[in-house]
Design a protein around this ligand. Structure first.
Ligand SMILES: *Cc1c(COP(=O)(O)O)cnc(C)c1O
Length: 354
């Protein structure tokens, strides 16, 4: 029996995607060849790359709006520096809402002045800062839409006229947003889209060409756009599997449809965290994430009992990150509602055991 996989990343993908992806390893498109042994210039793979790019833009509602979708390597962590390399001429402003945001700040400082204009570090990142203003002379504003480790998520983004760069690694394709408010969106595939090994980068072309520094080819958005994401050998299997997940999402009805299910899953789990006297939530209620729910035991001495129960229930991956402790249940797009029901039942069973 398949486990209920709440892993924060790499994470659960749709079962049909696992099946199609494994079939393509053995025999891709009835070519009698594996997808990982053919040229990336073969028309069969070029079609995969084009489909993945088109689906990404379509699902985000960005086709025909001046955006390009790239599938790059180096993870979201590479984008921490690549965004700054390509966009930071004088000064950029950042919101520091967690470990990943702080790493993005650190890398950007190599390229120019970086002002952290909002931070929730004072409370171990358990909330999203609000009510700050973004200076109009900044080259861009950088934010992290969902803080995977701490379980917080922007419900509204600050208004600004400067370009917005957003790390959406752990909530891309999970909820409807006006994506045209962002100039650069990036997301490592392994949280909501595919296996580790590729990162989706969506770039609005009009933000490029404004920095004076020379940019190495592999780090240049423009170069990757000009070469249609095929400047060098792309991570073919990761791109193919991501394409399958995007296809699955489109067939399901797109982001609007998955958002409804994600809301249901999150509401179910949070209502149990709030109701059950043995648990307390970590993140501020108004900012809590629909993707990663963080919670702790009220009495740590019960840990062994709860851990035994969820393991017996075939649950995987709910240990919290070391900087928060306790538990983190990640409820990405492909996690079935049934898995959340099993977790909630286990929390209730724990209550009746204690
Ligand atoms: C996981 C994660 C990252 C790091 O992604 P890599 O692909 O491992 O570099 C960055 N930002 C956020 C929000 C994440 O959840």
């Amino acid at each position: 029996m398949k486990k209920h996989n709440f892993s924060a990343g790499p994470c659960v993908l749709p079962q049909e995607v696992f099946q199609k992806a494994s079939q393509a390893i053995l025999n891709f498109n009835n070519m009698d060849l594996s997808i990982i042994e053919i040229s990336h210039r073969d028309k069969n793979f070029v079609a995969v790359m084009e489909k993945a790019q088109t689906l990404a833009l379509e699902l985000l509602g960005l086709e025909g709006k001046g955006y390009k979708a790239l599938f790059l390597q180096g993870g979201a962590s590479m984008q921490f520096l690549m965004a700054a390399y390509n966009l930071l001429e004088t000064k950029a402003v950042y919101a520091d809402t967690g470990t990943w945001a702080a790493k993005a700040v650190k890398e950007a400082k190599l390229f120019g002045e970086v002002d952290v204009i909002a931070s929730s570090k004072d409370k171990n990142y358990n909330y999203i800062p609000k009510g700050y203003s973004i200076p109009e002379d900044a080259d861009y504003f950088h934010c992290t839409s969902n803080n995977t480790i701490f379980g917080t998520q922007y419900k509204e983004f600050p208004q600004t006229s400067v370009p917005v760069v957003c790390d959406m690694s752990s909530d891309i394709f999970s909820r409807e947003l006006d994506f045209s408010k962002f100039s650069v969106i990036y997301a490592g595939a392994q949280k909501n889209m595919g296996p580790a090994g590729t990162t989706l980068v969506v770039v609005k072309e009009d933000v490029l060409g404004k920095v004076t520094r020379a940019i190495p080819s592999m780090l240049s958005y423009k170069n990757h756009i000009d070469k249609e994401s095929m400047f060098n050998t792309p991570p073919v299997f990761a791109v193919y599997t991501s394409m399958l997940t995007l296809e699955w999402l489109q067939n399901l009805g797109g982001i609007a449809a998955i958002e409804k299910i994600n809301n249901q899953k999150a509401a179910l789990l949070y209502s149990e965290i709030d109701r059950n006297p043995l648990f307390k939530g970590f993140a501020a209620v108004e900012d809590r994430s629909n993707m990663n729910a963080t919670f702790n035991l009220v009495d740590e001495s019960h840990k062994e009992v709860f851990d035994k129960l969820w393991k017996e229930a075939n649950i995987n991956g709910i240990n919290g990150h070391r900087s928060v402790g306790g538990y983190r249940a990640s409820m990405y797009n492909a996690l079935p509602l049934e898995s959340v029901e099993v977790l909630v039942d286990t929390m209730k069973k724990f209550e009746s055991t204690i």
